[in-house]
Design a protein around this ligand. Structure first.
Ligand SMILES: Nc1ncnc2c1ncn2[C@@H]1O[C@H](COP(=O)(O)OP(=O)(O)O)[C@@H](O)[C@H]1O
Ligand SMILES: [Mg+2]
Length: 247
């Protein structure tokens, strides 16, 4: 088995990466896939908060050559997801050197042998951490919203991925759109900039509507797909999981 690494990226923070990572991971696990979710927002980890779990393992051990990363994985029965998440607010990871980040990425890549899909919930922007983790990903899902600053930052991010020669792995997802029309318009704006200035056209995977169930699920610290299994945002995430066309 060789799992696909799917990195969830964005230009701006607060566009829904963590919500989307947990929801996508749950959707894939519900399709009987073996899924690992890694909280890669190293300074501001909050997968645990949104999932309502308290991580038991010390993730700083991931940086030790002699520690098998599989021994640090925890399982969440409700969603069926395995996860590697640090406690929120922990600074274990906040300032890793390039060498440490490369070791971390290598360790995570070893886990491909155990999973169908490995999802990285990245931090916003293109820090050293994001570029090292994204470079080991097979797919980079760029999330953005109709908010103009989110669009501008998404373009800046795609541009850096293009310079780093990984833009061919990027696909686009619009989150928090009012409807399909607004989502398509938002995506078009980004695509026009990509085509004009970078001569690339990343595929549009779809959109997740703005849905009050998302906020309610996060407040309840429950994964959306369990909290509101039939809401519009859940359905949209399931559709996107299908359109990823994973083996
Ligand atoms: N589809 C959506 N509909 C409504 N609210 C959303 C949606 N996606 C995200 N949000 C809101 O955006 C906030 C930020 O989401 P989060 O996943 O923490 O973003 P990020 O990880 O990108 O910083 C959430 O607390 C939630 O209230
Ligand atoms: Mg986040």
């Amino acid at each position: 088995m060789t799992g696909t690494i799917i990195a969830i990226a964005s230009g701006k923070g607060g566009v829904g990466k963590t919500f989307f990572s947990i929801s996508l991971a749950t959707a894939l696990a519900q399709n009987n896939r073996r899924v690992l979710l890694f909280d890669g927002d190293l300074g501001l980890a909050n997968v645990d908060i949104q999932m309502g779990v308290v991580p038991q393992n010390d993730l700083s051990l991931l940086l030790r050559e002699d520690v098998d990363p599989m021994s640090l994985v925890e399982h969440n029965k409700e969603t069926g997801i395995d996860f590697l998440a640090g406690p929120s607010g922990s600074d274990t990871y906040a300032n890793l050197s390039a060498g440490e980040l490369t070791l971390l990425a290598k360790k995570l890549e070893k886990l491909r042998a155990h999973y169908d899909d490995i999802i990285f919930d990245l931090s916003a922007g293109v820090s050293k951490t994001v570029s090292i983790l994204a470079s080991s990903a097979d797919k980079i899902l760029m999330l953005f919203t109709p908010d103009p600053t989110s669009l501008t930052d998404a373009y800046a991010c795609v541009k850096v991925f293009h310079q780093k020669k990984v833009s061919d792995r990027v696909s686009l997802i619009v989150n928090m759109a009012l409807d399909r029309v607004q989502a398509a318009k938002t995506c078009d704006t980004l695509l026009r900039a990509c085509q004009t200035f970078l001569q690339i056209k990343p595929p549009y995977l779809g959109f997740v509507p703005r849905d009050s169930h998302v906020t309610m699920a996060i407040r309840a610290q429950k994964p959306l797909l369990l909290h509101a299994p039939n809401c519009a945002a859940t359905k949209a995430v399931r559709d996107i999981a299908q359109s990823l066309d994973l083996d």
